[in-house]
Design a protein around this ligand. Structure first.
Ligand SMILES: Cc1cc2nc3c(=O)[nH]c(=O)nc-3n(C[C@H](O)[C@H](O)[C@H](O)COP(=O)(O)OP(=O)(O)OC[C@H]3O[C@@H](n4cnc5c(N)ncnc54)[C@H](O)[C@@H]3O)c2cc1C
Length: 329
């Protein structure tokens, strides 16, 4: 106020308006009203970096999402875990239910940025950025996103993460949708495999009657430009069920990292599905990732370097994880 009246030769400062909606519908109404001159703000850790770096213009209207009730915290029922979009990465990384039922997600949260950023940064902001390191970890859990997209229709809807990524890839994501939460199905050591997908798998069939016990194996690996507190170059996630004979089923693998869109690696999954892991798969798997994963070049790393790194990360991660499993017995 004072500055405006005394320094008359200077233009009045233009401050952003900070809106505090009480519901997702109110947030959407504001976003529709102010369009490109507004932004949803969660922890603002990414937005601030983009504003300060000149990658994005500071919008005239900031729409806070942390004033909306019910978007914070982790809930569970018998089948699912639901993570509120405004839950911080720190809370996700420390949650024991996520550690048990969403191991790769829990690991990913603990490896994003530094603790100070994780205290503010949210899982919803990480996903909404479309390039967050959480995304490969969530892909191997077949995560679904819970959205609200219209000011007039109060009901939320679920969408497969993989489908939303495709919308982003083709430039058709909604500019107004508010991410409310993330849902993953619970998994555990005795999760039964989906038998219908394995009718042609000989090792699977022979082991099935005598081997009821399947345990989950999973890992998440990240390579950055420095060892810690830095955005990733490449991230990979892997998840499967394995029986005592070493047969792998329900294999899921994904890669992402940097400013590239994450994706499931279906050819790698097919290579391993229903098989007992054999060391000769290591080179084959690395080569398949290199072929399958679509990445990009920037001043820090070429596309071929990223692809090769993703291949090596996935192959080495699987080899290490299986060895640890064997040692555990
Ligand atoms: C030093 C530093 C290191 C970092 N390292 C990493 C890293 O290693 N890996 C990584 O993945 N990220 C990293 N980040 C980026 C960022 O901190 C995380 O992605 C974080 O999770 C973003 O969450 P946020 O709540 O701060 O999002 P914000 O900055 O508030 O928002 C990010 C984007 O998502 C939108 N948005 C947020 N929430 C919603 C919602 N609920 N619905 C719709 N749109 C929404 C915003 O409009 C904005 O476009 C780093 C950032 C910094 C500053």
């Amino acid at each position: 106020m004072n500055r405006q009246s005394t320094a008359s030769s200077l233009p009045a400062p233009v401050l952003p308006h900070v809106w505090e909606p009480a519901s997702a519908q109110e947030a959407i109404t504001l976003k529709r009203q102010y369009g490109a001159d507004s932004a949803y703000v969660a922890g603002s850790t990414l937005l601030r970096t983009q504003w300060e770096g000149g990658l994005l213009t500071i919008p005239a209207h900031m729409i806070r999402l942390d004033t909306i009730e019910g978007l914070n915290g982790i809930m569970e029922d018998e089948q699912q875990i639901r993570i509120g979009a405004l839950t911080t990465l720190r809370e996700c990384g420390h949650d024991h239910r996520l550690r048990i039922h969403g191991n790769t997600c829990s690991t990913a949260c603990r490896h994003i940025a530094a603790p100070a950023v994780r205290n503010l940064g949210t899982i919803g902001g990480n996903i909404s950025s479309a390039v967050g390191d959480m995304i490969p970890a969530l892909l191997v859990h077949d995560a679904r996103l819970v959205w609200m997209d219209t000011e007039h229709h109060p009901s939320e809807y679920e969408q497969e993460l993989v489908d939303w990524l495709e919308q982003v890839r083709v430039g058709r994501r909604s500019l107004y949708a508010v991410l409310l939460g993330i849902v993953i199905d619970k998994s555990g050591p005795d999760t039964a495999p989906d038998l219908h997908n394995h009718q042609n798998s000989a090792p699977f069939h022979t082991s099935l009657s005598s081997e009821p016990s399947w345990r989950e194996i999973s890992f998440y690996r990240k390579v950055g430009r420095r060892e810690a507190f830095t955005p990733s170059l490449v991230t990979v996630a892997f998840r499967a069920l394995m029986n005592r004979e070493g047969v792998l089923v329900n294999v899921k693998a994904a890669a992402g990292g940097g400013a590239g869109l994450a994706m499931r690696l279906s050819r790698c999954e097919q290579l391993l599905e229903g098989k007992v892991y054999d060391p000769r798969y290591t080179a084959e798997l690395a080569a398949l990732v290199e072929k399958e994963w679509v990445s990009y070049s920037d001043p820090f790393a070429s596309e071929s370097y990223r692809r090769q790194t993703a291949g090596n990360l996935l192959a080495a991660g699987l080899w290490e994880t299986l060895h640890q499993e064997m040692e555990r017995g």
